[in-house]
Design a protein around this ligand. Structure first.
Ligand code: MG
Length: 384
């Protein structure tokens, strides 16, 4: 893994970007390379990273049905040509290798790995210049077992095991020779195996755990697996002659919260947190207090509406955490009831809805008893 070669000394380096898979597991109605991460598609993100490295030109291998869209997208990259893939990954890479033409080093990369950094391409190329190949890989972190018929039959020592990624860089003449020698063997799963079967020794370089291959629907919730967070805040005035409703639960008290609806400040903060996480408009927009049909409405009915909107956007709740700020009454005896009320309404486990209560030590509009405030955070993940 030593880096002796200087990639700035202008070796002729080209890339083959393999995008010809159908990507059926993604749940998208189109090829995942056209999915947008922010303003750019997955394919554009890959190409931008490729051209921030020492790679000079690239061939994008696309399925026949995607060729025209791929060409349109790649028109902005003068050093990119598009060629048609084959029925298997092996055939697609082989087509790409022939299309890219003679070069010193060729870097083969999955089009569905947009998080491979330019430095990783450079590192793979450097290894290929030094040792003939550079295969991105990371040490396996999970415990590995052999399972037969649902029974664990062997524990495999993790030491020395690696997860193999792309980019994979090779001396062009060697990998082309390997592809010609191995022919279209369906059992090979990556280019380093083709290379090894032809008698070469693949050398690994340090990959990255962030260098994820986008595969399942959950991979397409913002381009990562970390979920989406939202926050919400609300405050209502305490007045005589109103019921005090928090999380859909009526709390015995001499005053209640004033508002157009039932003024359930906690449910309002939670709704805004959910909507914010899903990237949707807030409750002031969705349920304006100028709407006479909402006069006196239970906020739990509005929560049903918000739940449906979040589900329609293909998200589900991971957890909600909220705090109610009130000088009085004491809320501790009611917290479990409130959590269960909200969990029942949102069809989640009460362990996933946490509510705490605090005073503000007699300070400000909460402390002097003029109002009650609530703040909430929500994490959503892609529903799959
Ligand atoms: Mg409100």
């Amino acid at each position: 893994m030593r880096s002796k070669a200087d990639v700035t000394q202008s070796p002729n380096v080209a890339a083959v970007i393999v995008c010809a898979g159908r990507g059926e597991r993604s749940g998208l109605a189109y090829n995942k390379i056209f999915y947008h991460i922010g303003k750019k598609t997955v394919l554009e993100t890959v190409l931008d990273n490729v051209f921030l490295s020492c790679i000079k030109r690239a061939v994008v291998v696309a399925a026949g049905s995607d060729i025209s869209v791929a060409r349109e997208l790649c028109a902005a990259y003068p050093a990119v040509t598009v060629c048609e893939g084959g029925a298997t990954r092996f055939e697609s890479v082989f087509n790409g290798l022939n299309a890219v033409g003679n070069c010193d080093i060729v870097v083969i990369h999955d089009g569905a790995r947009p998080f491979a950094a330019p430095q990783l391409f450079d590192s793979a190329v450097t290894s290929a210049l030094d040792h003939g190949s550079g295969i991105a890989a990371v040490p396996t972190v999970d415990t590995i077992k052999r399972v037969d018929d649902e029974k664990i039959t062997q524990s495999i020592k993790r030491e020395g095991l690696y997860n193999i990624q792309t980019p994979q860089a090779f001396k062009y003449s060697d990998i082309l020779k390997a592809y010609n020698a191995v022919k279209n063997d369906q059992t090979v799963t990556d280019d380093s195996e083709v290379y090894a079967r032809a008698g070469f020794v693949p050398v690994v370089v340090q990959g990255s755990y962030d260098n994820k291959k986008l595969t399942t629907p959950r991979d397409f919730t913002g381009g990562n697996d970390n979920g989406r967070v939202g926050v919400g805040f609300d405050v209502h005035r305490l007045v005589s002659g109103r019921k005090l409703i928090l999380g859909g639960v009526q709390i015995p008290y001499e005053k209640g919260l004033d508002g157009h609806s039932d003024a359930d400040v906690l449910t309002h903060a939670i709704m805004d947190a959910m909507l914010s996480a899903a990237g949707l408009p807030d409750i002031g927009v969705l349920f304006p207090d100028s709407d006479p049909s909402l006069l006196g409405i239970s906020s739990l009915v509005l929560l049903d509406n918000v739940k449906q909107r979040v589900e329609d956007a293909d998200y589900k709740i991971v957890n909600i955490s909220a705090v109610v700020m009130a000088q009085a009454p004491k809320l501790a005896p009611h917290i479990q009831h409130i959590r269960q009320s909200l969990a029942d309404r949102l069809c989640v486990n009460s362990a996933d809805i946490n509510v705490s209560a605090t005073t503000t030590e007699l300070l400000g509009i909460i402390g002097n008893g003029d109002g009650i405030a609530a703040s909430a955070s929500c994490i959503l993940e892609g529903a799959c």
